[in-house]
Design a protein around this ligand. Structure first.
Ligand SMILES: NC(=O)C1=CN([C@@H]2O[C@H](COP(=O)(O)OP(=O)(O)OC[C@H]3O[C@@H](n4cnc5c(N)ncnc54)[C@H](O)[C@@H]3O)[C@@H](O)[C@H]2O)C=CC1
Ligand SMILES: O=C(O)CCC(=O)C(=O)O
Length: 417
């Protein structure tokens, strides 16, 4: 089986069939700029010590400082973090943000930690990577199982180490610490703008369009709520403990309350279904919003949805691409569909650097405008080049990186004299 990274590189190969970019650029994008592996020691509340593996990868910085989230999950590993950092590079480029791509993570199950242990782990991770990050070099943010509270501890730890107030080093912070309004909802908001823009283009109505959402966390919950409020019929949602189904449409607000109070959507009233069954459910729109590779060569043929909104990073393994295209499934690709989060992270970084804060409406309007423009640009390019939306998004991203590299000159490769 190919590694996650090999699969991700296949998308570049697909784009390169349609554009000429310099071999130098293609070669440089074949591996990360810098990858750090660290030990993250945690003293548990009962006195035990566990040393976890932590990672931070700066994949590429042609367009600006590396940017990307931090994941706490038992499956985090070097291959996954590099791949996620590669996707961030493409995502920031396709959105026209002045950032390269980075990502980080700790191989830990945070659900096994007390709040005090989680705080010590977050601070210990920053102790280990502090020299590798910075507001002009590499700017972390939240990802799976990390949130504003975790970002707050990390930003505070960086401040202690740097002996300077440096809020722009981490985004997704609590608003009270310089976080941007609208960052918590931004990923779901952005995905919804991408879907709405395409629905308009297809002249299709939300009313009665059925939706299934896999992963009911930060991004999935918000997307499900916006979809339900707009008239879509959200018939299934799931989290790591399983799924819930109602052919007449779920009450998304009620399921959210139960998830937040009792920890799982499966505690709510309704028919249960497995995560595997949710992916092949007969719905109009499938929104995988959990982890990578839930659609593979093994189940791609069984996907019944007409549209997939990739809210997660990499939910479709590259070897499933051909089957989905042949079956007429339209994929709104991750590097566009989930880019709302990093877009508002960019807004947060700008606000931190200017110490000048925007109101919620300004953030929301600027996010919508960027998501709609980027979606239209990708859809136009797909039509022009007669390619699928993912390939069009990669084409646009690669062209941006190539142009910036050409403008920079050879010092980009060989260092300055
Ligand atoms: N938080 C952000 O700003 C962004 C997140 N993403 C991506 O969106 C996805 C979700 O991230 P968040 O919502 O932030 O994470 P989260 O930690 O808030 O939520 C993840 C959700 O997925 C569920 N889950 C975990 N394993 C599962 C499985 N095997 N089957 C079904 N559900 C499962 C969890 O129970 C939880 O409900 C990830 O792929 C992440 O990389 C992408 C862009 C930005
Ligand atoms: O907000 C950010 O900087 C990055 C979020 C992220 O990790 C992602 O888009 O996958």
């Amino acid at each position: 089986m190919p590694s996650l990274f090999d699969g991700a590189s296949a998308r570049i190969e697909a784009a390169l069939e349609h554009i000429e970019i310099s071999q130098d650029v293609a070669q440089r994008l074949a591996q990360p700029d810098a990858a750090l592996k660290v030990s993250v020691p945690l003293r548990h509340d009962d006195g035990r010590l566990t040393v976890f593996s932590g990672y931070r990868v700066r994949y590429d910085s042609t367009l600006g400082p590396a940017k990307g989230g931090i994941r706490f999950h038992p499956d985090v590993n070097a291959d996954e973090v590099s791949t996620l950092a590669f996707w961030m590079t493409m995502k920031c480029a396709v959105m026209g943000l002045p950032f390269g791509g980075g990502k980080g993570g700790v191989a830990v199950d945070p659900k096994q930690l007390s709040p005090a242990e989680l705080e010590r782990l977050s601070r210990a991770y920053i102790d280990q990577i502090a020299d590798f990050i910075g507001p002009d070099s590499d700017i972390p943010a939240p990802d799976v199982n990390t949130n504003p509270r975790v970002m707050g501890w990390m930003a505070d730890q960086y401040r202690i180490i740097a002996r300077a107030h440096t809020p722009a080093v981490i985004t997704g912070k609590p608003v009270e610490m310089g976080g941007s309004l609208g960052r918590t909802t931004a990923t779901g908001d952005g995905a919804f703008h991408v879907l709405s823009t395409m629905m308009q283009r297809w002249e299709r109505d939300a009313e009665g369009t059925t939706v299934a959402v896999q992963g009911f966390g930060n991004a999935g919950q918000r997307f499900a709520k916006l979809a339900a409020d707009a008239g879509y019929k959200v018939v299934a949602v799931s989290d790591s403990s399983g799924g819930l189904y109602n052919a007449d449409g779920l009450d998304v607000d009620a399921v959210t309350r139960i998830k937040n109070e009792q920890g799982s959507v499966s505690e709510a009233e309704g028919e249960t279904l497995s995560n595997a069954d949710l992916v092949t459910l007969d719905v109009d729109v499938l929104a995988p919003a959990a982890l990578e590779s839930v659609i593979t060569a093994d189940n791609a043929d069984e996907v019944a949805a007409g549209v997939i909104v990739e809210i997660a990073n990499g939910p479709i393994a590259s070897e499933a691409d051909r089957t989905l295209i042949d079956n007429g499934v339209v994929v709104l690709p991750d590097i566009l569909a989930n880019a709302g989060g990093v877009t508002v992270s960019y807004f947060e970084w700008v606000q931190n650097r200017q110490a000048w804060y925007w109101d919620a409406d300004t953030v929301a309007e600027r996010l919508e405008s960027r998501m709609v423009d980027a979606t239209r640009a990708v859809a136009d390019r797909a039509e022009e080049d007669d390619v699928d939306l993912r390939t069009a998004a990669y084409i646009r991203a690669l062209e941006k990186i190539e142009k910036a590299t050409a403008a920079t000159g050879t010092s980009e490769f060989f260092g300055r004299r």
